[in-house]
Design a binder for this molecule. Structure first.
Ligand SMILES: O=C(O)CCC(=O)C(=O)O
Ligand SMILES: [Fe+2]
Length: 182
């Protein structure tokens, strides 16, 4: 990723995750099977509502069970094929800002109700709380301006705590289209 974005120094992102004050965390989700409920309701059951991940980089692996979906620009949902030999690497809100919108924090959700229990584990790589979340100078073109107001990771988390899961939390920090939906 650092090479693709021509990030200088090359470890600018990984340094934040390796920092002993890094606000990274690990989450384990379990979605029990509930085919009866699914049949009764007659529609998709949501196991984890739609949202974007706030951190820099979430890395996910599941127990080879479907359910995870991502939302495309046209608002259609596409299933991520389960693969227990691969990691699903996502872009968090912070990385969207640090790349000045070149990488997009993808809205995703999990459908429940299948016959099989789904377990997922996710490492969320986050920066130290005091870190200013701003576009990395090396990704910016000459004269390019940040699309976002300046904030620290602590300020972003604090604001996210007051929002609802599905809100476009980054909208509050966008310079032009505040509160625009993604
Ligand atoms: O369980 C999954 O596959 C995804 C869960 C998720 O999006 C999250 O924990 O942020
Ligand atoms: Fe997520």
């Amino acid at each position: 990723m650092a090479d693709g974005l021509k990030i200088e120094p090359r470890d600018a992102l990984s340094r934040l995750l390796r920092d002993e004050r890094s606000d990274s965390c690990f989450r384990l989700n379990h979605y029990p099977p509930c085919p009866e409920l699914q049949a009764l309701s007659g529609r998709n059951l949501i196991g984890f509502g739609e949202h974007t991940d706030p951190q820099i980089i979430p890395i996910l692996r599941s127990n080879n069970t479907s359910g995870l979906q991502i939302c495309l620009r046209d608002r259609t949902w596409v299933s991520v094929p389960p693969d227990q030999t691969s990691f699903f690497i996502n872009v968090g809100d912070a990385l969207q800002v640090m790349s000045n919108g070149r990488l997009r924090s993808v809205r995703h959700r999990v459908l429940a109700g299948s016959m099989k229990s789904r377990v997922s584990m996710i490492y969320f790589g986050g920066p130290p709380l005091s870190e200013k979340i701003v576009p990395m100078p090396s990704v910016m073109k000459k004269g390019e301006e940040s699309l976002y107001k300046e904030f620290t990771w602590w300020e972003y988390k604090n604001s996210a705590c007051k929002s609802r899961l599905g809100d476009n939390r980054l909208g509050l920090f966008e310079k032009t289209t505040a509160n625009a939906t993604q």
